[in-house]
Design a protein around this ligand. Sequence first.
Ligand SMILES: [Zn+2]
Length: 313
Amino acid sequence: MKQFAQWERQATAHKSRGGAWWKAKDGENIIRIFGFQHTITDGDFALGRVGRGPDEPKTGDDTTQFFLAYRHHFLRGGPITCGTIKKLDGRYAGNCETCDEARELKDSPVDADKAAYSRMKAKVRYAMTILPAGEAETKVWECGQTIIDFLIESLKMMKTMPFGAEGRDLCVRYNPKAPPVNMYTCMWMDREDSDDLSSVDAKVPDLWLLPKYVPDAFSAYLQAAAPPEPAATPQPADEEEVASPPPSPKKARKRKKKAASPGTGDVVNFTHGDVLVGGTVVSEHPSEPECYLVQGELEGELLEFEVYLTDIV
Ligand SMILES: [Zn+2]
């Protein structure tokens, strides 16, 4: 019965992520990454996606891109787009209530607050368009830093880019039981061992024009004719308007049947919002009863979670 409950929860977690978004299955996943064409706009400069050096593209230039970088907060109610953007020059622009709240936790002397900070702070994510082997429709893969680092590093050694119908397959191995840093491992397949996709008519959206990944305050910059660039505000922004804060993680948790108490080093699966996450128990929580600090990977990001016994499946 317990196994069935886990299957059901996994199926629900996948369903709620939407059909157009890709989630690796346990074991080997063969995918093809598709680059996309993007014509540089004035807004791209305002959003800090391109720099202003002599070798940088200019407004109107046609470029090939393969990923979009963005910032998200993973909250128990689901991910939300951070209200700030980080530009190529390292400056931040915009304001974000969730970032403000996370910063207050960061300097707290309480360990539990520090753990809450690491969970709540904005995470850099990367979106790519991929075609999973054997599927007809492209999907968006939202991955973390370790995967994009692997891709960038490996591309340096390639004479031709491995993207698109004529490109090379990427083998993504996903092992939810591995230590968190090793949950995803990637390997490029040789061109001759890669699927022939020349007959596939893949739809490849310009991810740089998708509003989903851009804070609302900056959405005007997605249009070709963008307004002038505002002054970037450095973080932290001290003067903040306190609106309704995001729900406390503890209050949002659901009451469920208790699992057996795990020990340090045990591998556990637990629910985080509507996502099932695997991780390793680091210790019991220093102050909360029936709560554990668990190191796990969410969306390619290594995090420490406060996990209540009731959230362990
Ligand atoms: Zn934020």
